[in-house]
Design a binder for this molecule. Structure first.
Ligand SMILES: Cc1ncc(COP(=O)(O)O)c(C=O)c1O
Length: 664
């Protein structure tokens, strides 16, 4: 069994390995922040490969590089999403365990149930796993739309005790289905988000003679923190104001249904970074619960919504990609707050529900992508080289002379680096203007650009040697000089939240970690959009860094990167930009029984084919093939193409139609 590094020692102040320190896998783990964001589920083995430990057990680790090689042998290329069901199970058990401990510690007499909002990742296989583990743990499911309701009702066949919470906008048909499902024997709770929902519930309940369990969503004054803070607060889109809550109870009393008002709910946003926001909001909700109970509502359940966040950047802070608390603290605070408010009011402890979607599934999926190549910005030009070119061309453009002066000035021992850099930047701008006016040749422009990068590199090296802190202007230099790594995936499909809301995700090479990375780069995807780029990376010591430390790609060898913590929202929010479709997905589990490798391939869900994505946008592949055939025949007739060339083109067209949308 390989040795696995999960070190906890702090990194050097700049997050890089200390100079002249021999490179180790511990240094790699520190550089990429694995101990901080990995939550014990990820590490590096002594071959320098990233491993997944689905049960936080170093003896039961799956080598990701081995898995990718095995998939390739089975003709499943990258990009590929790998899901770990064992990790999902571990995570759900951890949430259960945290609440069980809190309930025990606080002598809480109510129960706890976590309902999985399937909008977080509706993929059938994943939802089935959540359902199966959830039914062992007393968990439930949540639906936020009509299609989700139908999926959840089907998923919970023969599980009458599994709680189902129905949030979101509803119409009469939705509510009629819920009422009939109650009659069927399901534990289903429609949540009143708008007053009109209540009238439909009353109408259908009376019609079918059902005593439904009703939930109401409150608009609390408390708000979450971070990107989704407007999900809470008095002006939030969903929920009833306090006045509407009282009217709802009165209306139910008129119908003799006050006992049906079982649950009070709120949701103050996703990825809440600061535990204080959760404490405050739960406190408020518990008071609303007690007040409504005092007014005669038959409440027995308090639903604290979603919001439990994930430490994506490993900073353990309240920043937008992190959280300043863990599962245990989250559970303890909720249980304690609900208990103390109910004790003071003299009411029994209610059942607590949480809708912790992100916290359940984020860790369990990751994406593997391959690097197609890299663009580097050479920094080896010299003043003499450019002088030689000027002589050859017989021209001495002033900005180029000034750039050479800046380069030469860096030979002097006492030089103001910022001043030299400003001069060089000005000179290169002016040189570009000369080119645009037709006064600078292309070879001279090329030499000018290269000399500017060389000045930048020398300034950077000198500044580092002096231990200088890079200020505003020089601070951009490392980024200007960084490489661009082209990666075979689409951000719009696979990392939509990075593109849309600057969400950070940990990205790490999954192999060669026993080797010091010598390059720094940004990652460009294969869509033809300049937004299709990752240029913000996690950095536990600052909000984020603009480049990632990478290895020099080797000729004829794959270089794979892993993008981690992708299980929540990313798989289902992605879009078809440039018609890059769903990636392959595989389910992998640890298995050290005799045989090849320590992992099993439990399930393969092949990604979209070209034909499938074309069908989404109403193209018929047969029509397209027929059009191509006609055009080939025309070209053969006109003598522009031979019959066999035409056949080759049609064969390519046919094969590509059935193939993966990504580069193969
Ligand atoms: C009503 C409701 N419940 C639960 C969730 C899931 O939240 P999270 O994934 O942060 O746990 C959401 C998502 O925003 C939501 O709107």
């Amino acid at each position: 069994m390989a040795q696995i590094s999960i070190p906890g020692s702090p990194a050097a102040p700049n997050g890089e390995p200390k100079p002249r320190e021999p490179w180790t896998i511990e240094a790699a783990a520190r550089l990429y922040g694995i101990p901080e964001w990995g939550n014990g589920y990820f590490g590096i083995n002594d071959e320098g490969h990233v491993v997944v430990m689905p049960e936080r057990d170093a003896k039961r680790a799956v080598d990701l590089f081995e898995v990718v090689a095995g998939l390739r042998e089975r003709e499943l290329g990258t990009p590929v999403v790998i899901r770990f069901g064992d990790l999902l199970r571990h995570r759900l058990r951890e949430i259960r365990g945290a609440f069980d401990t809190a309930i025990r510690d606080h002598q809480y007499t109510g129960a706890y149930c976590c309902v999985y909002p399937i909008k977080v990742n509706q993929q059938r296989q994943l939802c089935q796993e959540v359902r199966d583990i959830g039914s062992e743990l007393g968990f439930g499911l949540e639906a936020g739309s009509k299609p989700e309701l139908l999926a959840v009702l089907g998923l919970t066949e023969n599980l009458p005790n599994m709680p189902i919470v129905c949030n979101g906008f509803k119409d009469s048909e939705f509510i009629e289905t819920v009422i009939l499902a109650t009659k069927l024997g399901r534990h289903i709770i429609p949540v009143v988000e708008r007053f009109s929902d209540l009238e439909w519930i009353i109408r259908h309940a009376k019609r079918y003679m059902v005593r439904p369990r009703i939930g109401v969503r409150a608009k609390p004054s408390a708000q979450g923190t971070g990107r989704w803070q407007t999900s809470g607060g008095m002006r939030s889109k969903f929920g009833l104001t306090m006045t509407e809550l009282l009217h709802a109870l009165e209306r139910l009393k008129q119908e003799g249904m006050a006992d049906c008002l079982n649950m009070i709910h709120f949701h103050i946003g996703s990825q809440i970074g600061d535990i204080r926001a959760i404490k405050g909001a739960v406190n408020e909700l518990a008071h609303i619960y007690c007040e409504l109970k005092r007014q005669g509502a038959g409440l027995d359940t308090i639903d604290v919504g979603g919001g439990m966040g994930i430490d994506y950047d490993g900073s353990a802070s309240s920043s937008s990609s992190s959280v300043n608390y863990g599962v245990a603290e989250y559970a303890a605070d909720i249980v304690y707050r609900v208990k103390s408010v109910c004790d003071a009011a003299g009411y029994p402890h209610p059942r607590i529900l949480s809708e912790s979607g992100r916290a359940m599934v984020a860790h369990s999926s990751l994406l593997i992508v391959d690097v197609l190549g890299a663009t580097k910005f050479p920094t080896d030009a010299t003043g003499d080289e450019v002088r030689g070119l000027m002589e050859k061309e017989g021209s001495r453009p002033q900005p180029v002379l000034e750039l050479i002066d800046a380069f030469d000035a860096l030979d002097q021992p006492r030089v103001n680096l910022l001043e030299v850099y400003h001069d060089a930047a000005q000179a290169v701008d002016e040189a570009m203007s000369l080119f645009n006016l037709g006064y600078l040749s292309l070879p001279m422009r090329s030499a000018t650009e290269r000399l500017f990068w060389a000045v930048g590199q020398r300034v950077l090296d000198r500044a580092k040697k002096k231990g200088a802190v890079l200020g505003d202007d020089l601070g951009d230099l490392p980024q200007i000089l960084s490489d661009i790594y082209y990666v075979n995936f689409s951000i719009f499909q696979s990392l939509p939240d990075h593109w849309a809301i600057d969400q950070l995700f940990p990205i790490v090479p999954i192999h060669r970690l026993d080797e010091c990375p010598t390059r720094r780069g940004v990652l460009a995807d294969i869509t033809c959009d300049s937004d299709g780029q990752v240029d913000k990376f996690i950095d536990a010591r600052s909000p984020c860094k603009p480049m990632l430390e990478l290895h020099e790609p080797r000729e004829g060898e794959h270089y794979y990167l892993g993008v981690f913590l992708l299980g929540a929202y990313q798989e289902v929010l992605g879009d078809l930009h440039n018609l890059y479709g769903d990636t392959h997905v595989v389910h992998v589990s640890f298995d050290d029984s005799p045989g090849v490798g320590d992992w099993d391939l439990d399930e393969v869900i092949e990604g979209d084919t070209v034909k499938e994505v074309l069908a989404y946008v109403q193209y018929d592949s047969e029509d397209l093939i027929r059009s191509m055939r006609r055009d080939v025949e025309r070209a053969v007739k006109a003598g522009r193409i031979s019959v066999s060339e035409g056949q080759n083109l049609l064969k390519f067209y046919d094969v590509a139609m059935e193939g993966y949308t990504y580069l193969e």
